[in-house]
Design a protein around this ligand. Structure first.
Ligand code: PGA
Length: 232
């Protein structure tokens, strides 16, 4: 049993969502499938599909034009929320401190944050992956509550490039040990970055890979369902 998390980013329409919900509700799997949708698509009839958001405000309410609070996300029936995705860090300049505040806001509202960590290509090339990821964990993780960590090298997102199996194995081992030392013995760790139906089971079978975070390949049932079925 693994987590299979689809991240639709800024894609999708009500019709596309309905089609995906229908396809998912007709699919039997042991895996925990979560669909992280744009805010505008969170509500409505989600059948038995578990829904997540892609961002959350660190604030409770007030004069934060355009932001969406944990309460609002929870009111839409979502159970999970991605925080610290590298696109938020890059385009919206979110720092590790912001990510920590957002994870805490999620937990206050009984949402499970999926906390993303990962290095840039330059950091990867200069062998800084472990240091960067450790620093992100040091600052981003909440003090208490249930959460998920997703390792997503920024250079692997939407590029078709992926780290090797051995690289993923080593970094997941490090994250697993880090979480254990800090008392988070049951926290799932996901891999994300250019996952597709061909490589999904290879990544999912690596020790301490408890699931996958999937962007592009989660948008259509033709590419998403084979991933769900290939992983167990
Ligand atoms: P990708 O995106 O699967 O399209 O590389 C992953 C993500 O950004 O979560």
């Amino acid at each position: 049993m693994k987590f299979i998390v689809g991240n639709w980013k800024m894609n999708g329409t009500p019709d596309k969502k309905s089609a995906m919900i229908r396809a998912l509700s007709e699919t039997t799997t042991e895996n925990i499938v979560i669909l992280c949708l744009p805010f505008t698509l969170l509500g409505g009839d989600n059948k038995n599909v578990t829904i997540g958001a892609q961002d959350i405000s660190e604030h409770e309410n007030g004069a934060y034009t355009g932001d969406v609070s944990g309460q609002m996300i929870s009111d839409m029936g979502a159970k999970y929320v991605i925080v610290g995705h590298s696109e938020r860090r890059f385009y919206h300049h979110e720092t590790n401190e912001t990510v920590h505040a957002k994870a805490a806001a999620a937990i206050r509202h009984k949402l499970i944050p999926i906390i993303c960590v990962g290095e840039t290509l330059d950091e990867h090339k200069s062998n800084k992956t472990f240091d960067v990821v450790r620093k992100m964990l040091d600052v981003c993780l909440p003090e208490s509550g249930e959460f998920i960590v997703a390792y997503e090298p920024r250079w692997a997102i939407g590029t078709g490039k992926t780290p090797t199996i051995d690289e993923v194995k080593k970094i997941h081992q490090m994250i697993y040990e880090y979480l254990n030392v800090h008392g988070h013995t049951t926290t799932p760790i996901l891999y994300g970055g250019s996952v597709n139906k061909t490589n999904a089971s290879d990544f999912a079978n690596i020790p301490h890979v408890d699931g996958l975070l999937i962007g592009g390949a989660s948008l259509e049932s033709e590419t998403f369902l084979p991933i769900i079925k290939s992983v167990n």
